[in-house]
Design a protein around this ligand. Structure first.
Ligand code: PEP
Length: 246
């Protein structure tokens, strides 16, 4: 039985005061019957680490460089994230793919660099509405995951995969549990062809997960938790989603 994982993606939100209030509320709401983490903007990771040290909640970042170090102005390396105690790093979020033109191979290279620094990459895949309506959903997510499988080899077993249909992110439109499960099953089958550990790997669903739809999504056979954007910014909403994961 896979233990569920719920990860909050704060995106470019928060402030020192707001983060302190959110984390205080989450700490008093914890623990849950699932693993829980928050992925904060990089400048706040030091304070998040101090706040969450020894607590039930892990922390991580929202992106990392594919490079080790050097002349890459504005980028943050996996080694730096590891120094701040990050357990996870999101790579290939659709906002990075869309607004920063991140290719499948760049996402795979980021996942590799993250693993080399003992961070768990949360690799996001997902189709746009146009791709779904054209019947290309499976082809798109398999192509995105395939780049990571080829780059990581047997180490693919160490990543977390997040299926996030682009049309469901921040839009209030959630994939139905059946739609999400169908894609998760495709991804699980692809992982099974790549590693004998696919049955132990976590595949999260993300896209307008809320307190009132989390339980039915998490009840699907291949949905092992959620990557939560908007609803991770309000402690009571995030707490309710974490409670739905068990
Ligand atoms: C996300 O950005 O990863 C996400 C799932 O956002 P939201 O929950 O707001 O749709």
């Amino acid at each position: 039985m896979r233990r569920k994982l719920v990860v909050g993606n704060w995106k470019m939100n928060g402030s020192r005061v707001a983060n302190a209030e959110l984390l205080a509320a989450l700490k008093s709401a914890s623990p849950w019957d699932a693993d829980v983490a928050v992925c904060a903007p990089a400048p706040y990771l030091g304070e998040v680490a101090l706040s969450l040290q020894g607590e039930f909640i892990a922390w991580g970042a929202q992106d990392c460089s594919a490079h080790e170090s050097g002349a890459f102005t504005g980028e943050v390396s996996a080694a730096m994230l590891a120094e701040f105690g990050c357990k996870y790093v999101i790579v290939g979020h659709s906002e990075r793919r869309a607004y920063h033109a991140e290719s499948d191979q760049l996402v795979a290279d980021k996942a590799k660099t993250a693993l080399e620094h003992r961070l768990t990459p949360i690799v996001c895949v997902g189709e746009t509405l146009t791709e779904r309506e054209a019947g290309h959903t499976d082809e798109v997510v398999k192509r995105q995951l395939s780049a990571v499988i080829h780059t990581l080899g047997h180490c693919i077993a160490q990543v977390v995969v997040a299926y996030e249909p682009v049309w469901a992110i921040g839009t209030g439109k959630t994939a139905s549990p059946e739609q999400a499960q169908a894609v998760h099953a495709v991804l699980r089958a692809q992982l099974k062809a790549a590693t004998e550990h696919a049955g132990d790997m976590k595949i999260l669903y993300g896209g307008s997960v809320k307190a009132d739809n989390a339980a039915t999504l998490f009840a699907q056979a291949d949905i092992d938790g959620g990557l939560i954007g908007g609803a991770s910014l309000k402690a009571s909403d995030f707490d309710a989603i974490c409670r739905a994961a068990h």
